[in-house]
Design a protein around this ligand. Structure first.
Ligand code: HEC
Length: 222
């Protein structure tokens, strides 16, 4: 009895395996009437794909409609979460003059901000302007025309104008809008002010001083 059961079970199992592997009408997946839905088109994000619309500007209504845009930029004026409003002034002489009216929106730096801003300044600006801002960084001699940040000229520049110049760059100096976010640039403006106070403490002693962190290698411990 038991033997018959085992044999029957074996036969049924074999039959099921064979039938399920056989080719029959079931293997036909049917007609695909929307291939885009079944198989996604493997486009590389920035690859050229349609010469007519490559880098098309979606703000231009002529480009709206049937085209598919994979390399869209966010809508003009998009602000990332927690980010500042886009900088409205243009990189031209009118923008440069208008920048003087822009006020630094951030309160004086605290210790942590100051340490971080010192780091950012030394990475991004110190190569030309020098750690103390006196245009004596390692690249300054090669480039020429690097502005002394403690000079009378920069002392008299408005905070907004310094921010503008950091954002867009000026002549031999490149812009920093893509490397430093708006808050970092404003804090660097404060840092430049602090360097100026450090270079000429008497002239600006009355204004509140944001602390410049002592550099570890200049502090002597006995
Ligand atoms: C590649 C070298 C270089 C680097 C790096 C650099 N600068 Fe400059 N910077 C210059 C030169 C050159 C000028 C003079 C531009 C001019 O007026 O012709 C200048 C000018 C300035 C001015 C005066 C702007 C004005 O409106 O007259 C400020 C302020 C300034 N730099 C700040 C910074 C800060 C802050 C950083 C870092 C975020 C930085 N720079 C990075 C080369 C550099």
């Amino acid at each position: 009895m038991k033997k018959t059961f085992i044999i029957t079970a074996f036969i049924i199992t074999t039959a099921v395996v064979l039938i399920s592997c056989g080719s029959g009408p079931r293997r036909d997946t049917g007609r695909i009437y929307m291939p885009d839905m079944a198989y996604s088109r493997a486009y590389e994000t920035y690859a050229q794909r349609d010469s007519l619309v490559f880098f098309s500007d979606m703000s231009n209504p002529a480009n709206w409609g049937s085209k598919i845009f994979y390399n869209n930029q966010p809508v003009t004026g998009t602000i990332k979460r927690g980010g500042n409003a886009a900088y409205a002034l243009l990189n031209d002489s009118a923008g440069y003059i208008a920048s003087a009216a822009i006020v630094n929106p951030y309160p004086p730096m605290d210790k942590a901000d100051s340490t971080e801003t010192s780091r950012l300044y030394n990475i991004n600006c110190g190569v030309c302007h020098g750690a103390g801002g006196q245009a004596n960084g390692p690249v300054a001699g090669k480039l020429g025309g690097v502005r002394d940040l403690t000079s009378d000229l920069v002392l008299k520049l408005a905070d907004g104008t310094i921010f503008h110049s950091i954002t867009y760059g000026k002549n031999n100096m490149g812009g920093y809008a893509s490397q430093l976010n708006s808050k970092q640039r404003w804090l660097i403006v404060q840092y430049v002010r602090a360097l100026q106070r450090k270079a000429a403490p008497a002239a600006t002693a009355t204004t509140a001083v944001a602390a410049i962190p002592a550099k570890a290698d200049t502090v002597k411990t006995k």
